[in-house]
Design a protein around this ligand. Structure first.
Ligand code: ATP
Ligand code: MG
Length: 548
């Protein structure tokens, strides 16, 4: 058997286990609950949970909720749901806010060690004092406050004596360090704002860099995996652990997932939701996990995608076609086939007796013989797809046309004899004859036809609404915009097509949201959450083939 090469994280972990550095590994997935998860997070989830599973370790779910103004319980719940839906179960569930007291105590330790101080510079002044990567910064005039004064001021910050933005707690490191992260980074800011879990207990909140690594350490995370832009933060991550002499978690960085024709930052996705450019976070066109789910993506297809893109240390952009390929791979194996006509054109079989009908055998899933067969009703009046007929066929159009014979899938050969039009000249009906000898789709005399069409029986078909989607953005890199423009300007105005008068074989009558189907010749579809027995609604997940 061919062995898959280890990715760089697996190599690190295997070495750590072999050398005895760790007996077992512990990872975490640390979302900030300020939005719904997207496909980029799915990569991180598959990676963190996947590594823990592969090496018999553990993986926590940790909500990085240090920013009270942007976080909500709705997001926490959606994150739990999405991780579970992807097929993963976390070991511990934690909130960074669980650690606020410990983080505060550690800040006091740093003050006592003369490694932190209260600074009264305004944000503007602070950024001037920081210098630039080429020029060293300037030390704050508050840098040499005594331990006593710092302890007093920090406590009063906590007690709420000072207004927002008036003071911060900073680490005392090195204002000349070429790594800007070391230029006395802010540890705490004052924010008189209610937190979704701690209410009004706190009015000082820890910054990401101070909270994240220490939370890892509290949970004894061995491998803290994050995206590449944090590599410049790693020395600071290590500095805190050393200064506090706490469990030595280590940070490792991998390339974040980028996909073309979409945007992926939560801030931008929130903007699409708030400004009603989409129906909500779970709009089937959104790259969110909930949107992909509603679109008909399966957990297996997203896990397959994560496996295919792999893990690397170099940023790149993945073609959205790969994501579509993954869902086709999965749904081709698993989905129930049915016939559906999206844009119906009536066909009357003139030599089929009125009032008669029959049930024909159809295969449920050719990829899975265990899925068996079903009965599809056939009768004198049928519907076919309007675009499967041309009155004056173009070159290379081999489907139905006057005088042409085609096969109806699982049924008979039919020939079109007459085109019926309304007063305005629109085609309203085709009158055809069928050959009873061709039942099941073959002809005893070996006569060949060039096309096989899907169809439904008019009297037994169920009505449905079907939604077809195009890409939400019309350019490959919507985030690259000219001055004064926004990524919103690159939205595709035709990303949604709603077809209200579709006809589907009766098999789907009792469908429930999240049932997956292949509508023969049209693609993979999923029953939408808006669907009711009185009004069926389906979303197209993806067409059968890449249109490119
Ligand atoms: P966004 O910029 O979209 O808001 P984020 O990084 O701020 O994303 P977090 O909630 O902080 O979102 O991320 C939780 C975890 O998911 C982090 O470990 C982060 O590195 C990872 N992650 C976020 N986006 C991606 C992505 N595009 N590809 C891979 N991992 C990602
Ligand atoms: Mg973030």
């Amino acid at each position: 058997m061919e062995e898959k090469a280890l990715n760089f994280l697996e190599e690190i972990i295997e070495n750590d286990l072999k050398s005895g550095k760790h007996q077992s590994i512990h990872t975490r997935f640390p979302p900030e609950p300020n939005g719904y998860l997207h496909i980029g997070h799915a990569k991180s989830i598959c990676l963190n949970f996947g590594l823990a599973a592969k090496y018999g370790g553990k993986c926590n779910l940790r909500f990085d909720d240090t920013n009270p103004t942007k976080e909500e319980m709705e997001y926490v719940e959606s994150i739990r749901e999405d991780v579970k839906w992807l097929g993963f179960q976390w070991d511990g569930e934690y909130f960074a806010s669980d650690y606020f007291q410990q983080l505060y105590d550690w800040a006091i330790t740093l003050i006592k060690k003369e490694k932190a101080y209260v600074c009264d510079l305004s944000q503007e002044q602070m950024s001037i004092y920081r210098g630039t990567p080429q020029t060293p910064g300037t030390e704050s005039p508050y840098r040499n406050r005594s331990v006593e004064e710092n302890l007093d001021l920090f406590e009063r910050m906590k007690k709420g004596e000072f207004p927002d933005g008036s003071r911060v707690l900073r680490a005392k490191i090195d204002m000349a360090n070429p790594n800007m992260q070391f230029r006395d980074p802010v540890l705490y800011r004052i924010l008189h704002s209610e937190h979704h879990r701690t209410g009004n207990d706190w009015c000082i909140y820890p910054m990401y860099d101070y909270a994240h690594g220490q939370s890892d350490s509290i949970e004894k995370i061995t491998h803290s995996i994050c995206t590449l832009e944090f590599d410049v933060h790693r020395p600071l991550y290590d500095w805190f652990i050393e200064a506090l002499d706490i469990f030595p978690s280590h940070q490792y960085e991998f390339a974040r997932l980028n996909i073309n024709y979409t945007v992926m930052s939560k801030r931008k996705l929130l903007q699409l939701v708030e400004n009603k450019h989409v129906w909500g976070w779970d709009d089937p066109r959104m790259p969110t996990i909930s949107g992909l789910r509603r679109r008909g993506y399966t957990p297996a297809s997203l896990r397959l995608f994560a496996e295919k893109i792999g893990v690397s240390k170099r940023d790149n952009v993945i073609d959205v076609g790969l994501l579509e390929w993954c869902v086709r791979e999965d749904l081709n194996q698993t989905s129930q086939r049915v016939m559906a006509v999206l844009n119906p054109l009536k066909v009357v079989i003139t030599n089929y007796p009125e009032g008669q009908s029959e049930e024909l055998d159809a295969v449920n899933n050719p990829e899975n013989p265990d899925a068996g067969t079903r009965k599809v009703p056939f009768s004198r009046e049928l519907y076919i797809e309007r675009e499967d007929f041309m009155e004056v066929p173009e070159k290379k159009f081999f489907r139905l046309a006057p005088g042409v014979e085609v096969r109806l899938r699982y049924a008979y050969y039919i020939t079109c004899n007459e085109v019926v039009k309304d007063a305005a000249g629109n085609i309203v009906e085709l009158r055809c004859t069928y050959d009873p000898q061709t039942k099941g789709g073959g002809s005893p005399d070996g006569r060949k036809v060039k096309a096989t069409l899907h169809w439904v029986s008019a009297d037994r078909a169920v009505d449905a609404e079907v939604r077809l989607f195009e890409r939400l953005f019309s350019v490959p890199a919507p985030e690259e915009v000219e001055e004064g423009k926004s990524f919103v300007d690159h939205m595709n105005p035709n990303s949604l097509h709603v077809l209200k008068h579709c006809k589907i074989e009766p098999f789907v009558k009792n469908t429930e949201p999240q049932d997956h189907f292949q509508f023969e010749r049209l693609g993979y579809f999923v029953t939408d959450k808006d669907s009711t027995p009185q009004h069926l609604v389906f979303n197209r997940t993806v067409s059968l083939k890449d249109s490119k």
